[in-house]
Design a protein around this ligand. Structure first.
Ligand code: NAD
Length: 500
């Protein structure tokens, strides 16, 4: 892992050049130790201007605009290969900035490479369409890039989130300006370096560091940006959606969640417990699809909660790079304070803490932003901790009586990202999966993800779908082309033939 000294000021990437801002900078803090990793430059509105100008110019050059899909695919494949080659470096940067354990960071670096490979294949094989015509003409649909796309990402999984946006947006023929979270800026910077190394023309991927209020907002409001792809919190997503509406540009919003994980009384309880624990405590609960509301059928409620508490006690908390660590710190000290406030609200509203509910004891945890795996019972579906996304290692357990009660409770949420169902009854699994208002449903499993399956949320969890072929089309606009085959080239359609 390439660690710079604290006095180094990391630069950002515009038009293939590394640019720094010596007058405005911010710190990257390691949440496992509280130490400063390094300082980074803030990209201001002027830098955003320069980045958009360079992206616009690069996207218009024939060398990019007319690059054949199979050639573009080769660049994406080279990026994938370099991500594999530099996987430890990428994983190390993410681990130092968001505190996720080494095994998860490594797996995410592998997943980022796989995403570039997948979109290389889609880029090379995806066709346009000839559609049925209503006369002596050929009607076609072609797909064209927007031009300059802004990709804005959160801190919880920068490696995968950034690949998920940058790879399809490039495959679709755009130039991209990536603005990683101010908490996890380095993986994006290294991706910029890798893209240049792989032969991506300068300006086609620019990477700007800084916060949402200055760098992010300037980017979304810039007239040269023609599409915004955002992953992050619902409040920021709403603010970005409003700015985009003003500008009449499309947005894709992948937002927060409060996903129900559901256990019926006929389920394999041991398997369900493993899945529930992984679904909420992996990554210290900092996953948009974390199964943070657990609904258990009343007849197995006591048995399941007892198994769960026992399994939760066995989770090994530790430094992210210590062998055997299963859970590291949360991403920042400010975030831990918010988690603590939400757990306090749960207790004030009548919740009983069955597990955790506090910081861990021990010298190795003193300097870091650690919080114990926490299980709270006794709340109803209206409690603050059940309604708000905590985005930490906190599970709220609620009982339900029957299928109708479960569906009513599970759907009574502003969010609709994911859900999980545990049952041995396949008809019920189907009925409940169809009734849940979520963009993803797992049945007798949880958190399985494939790059080929569209991903996104219902309700306040977002707009648009990433991943899959849909995830490439997200970065293109369709164009209908009508081409007369009549030797006389009839000038305009007669009224009778214009009905659609
Ligand atoms: P956040 O919304 O605070 O920030 C996300 C990014 O947006 C950052 O880069 C930030 O600088 C930028 N930003 C913030 N306000 C902005 C504005 N007004 N204009 C432009 N840019 C702005 O989110 P976070 O705290 O970094 O991440 C956690 C959130 O992300 C959680 O709510 C989580 O559920 C969500 N998330 C969703 C998914 C998904 O796919 N649905 C995946 C991962 C994380």
């Amino acid at each position: 892992m390439s660690q710079q000294s604290v006095s180094d000021l990391k630069s950002f990437l515009i038009n293939g050049e590394w640019v720094s801002n010596p007058t405005e900078s911010f710190e990257s803090i390691n949440p496992a130790t509280g130490e400063v990793n390094y300082r980074l430059s803030v990209a201001t509105a002027l830098h955003v201007d320069a980045a958009v100008a360079s992206a616009k110019a690069a996207a218009a050059l024939p060398s990019w605009k007319e690059m054949l899909p199979h050639v573009r695919a080769q660049i994406l494949m080279r990026i994938a290969a370099l991500i594999v080659e530099r996987g430890d470096e990428l994983a190390g940067l993410q681990m130092a900035e968001n505190g996720k354990v080494w095994s998860e960071c490594k797996a995410q670096a592998g997943s980022a490479a796989a995403t570039f490979r997948y979109y290389a294949a889609v880029c090379e094989t995806l066709g346009a369409e000839v559609t049925p015509s209503r006369g002596n003409y050929l009607s076609m649909t072609s797909y064209e890039p927007y031009g300059v796309v802004a990709a804005i990402t959160p801190w919880n999984s920068p490696l995968t989130m950034e690949a998920q946006k940058v790879a399809p947006a490039l495959a679709a023929g755009n130039a991209v300006i990536l603005k990683p979270s101010e908490i996890t800026p380095s993986a994006g910077l290294l991706l910029g370096e890798i893209a240049l190394q792989a032969g991506l023309p300068p300006g086609i991927l620019n990477v700007l560091t800084g916060n949402g209020a200055i760098t992010g907002k300037s980017l979304v409001q810039h007239p040269g940006v023609r599409m915004v792809s955002f992953t992050g919190g619902t409040a920021s997503g709403r603010a970005i959606g409003m700015m985009a509406a003003e500008r009449l540009i499309p947005v894709a919003l992948e937002l927060g969640g409060k996903s129900p994980h559901i256990v019926f009384d006929d389920a394999n309880l041991e398997a369900a417990v493993e899945s529930i624990v992984g679904g909420i405590f992996e990554g210290s609960g900092q996953s948009c699809v974390a199964g943070s509301r657990l609904f258990v059928q009343s007849s197995v409620y006591d048995k399941l909660t007892a198994l769960l508490v026992k399994r939760g006690q066995a989770i090994k908390l530790g430094l992210p790079d210590a062998p055997g660590s299963q859970m590291g710190p949360v991403s920042s000290f400010a975030h831990r304070t918010r988690i603590e406030q939400l757990v306090a609200s749960a207790v004030a509203e009548g919740g009983q803490v069955l597990l955790g509910g506090q910081r861990p004891e021990g010298q190795e945890f003193e300097q870091g932003a650690y919080y114990l795996p926490t299980i709270v019972a006794g709340l109803d579906n209206q409690a603050t901790a059940v309604r708000e996304e905590i985005f930490g290692p906190v599970l709220c357990v609620l009982p339900f009586t029957d299928e109708a009660d479960l569906i009513a409770q599970a759907n009574d949420s502003a969010f609709g990202l994911a859900s999980g169902i545990w049952t041995a009854n396949y008809q019920r699994a189907w009925r409940v999966a169809r009734a849940l208002e979520t963009g993803l449903v797992w049945i007798n499993t949880y958190k399985q993800l494939s790059i080929s399956t569209p991903f996104g949320g219902f309700k306040d969890s977002g707009i648009g779908r990433e991943k899959g072929v849909t995830g490439l089309r997200l970065y293109q606009q369709s164009k209908g082309i009508y081409w007369s085959m009549d030797p006389d080239n009839f000038p305009v359609a007669a009224t009778a033939s214009t009905e659609s």
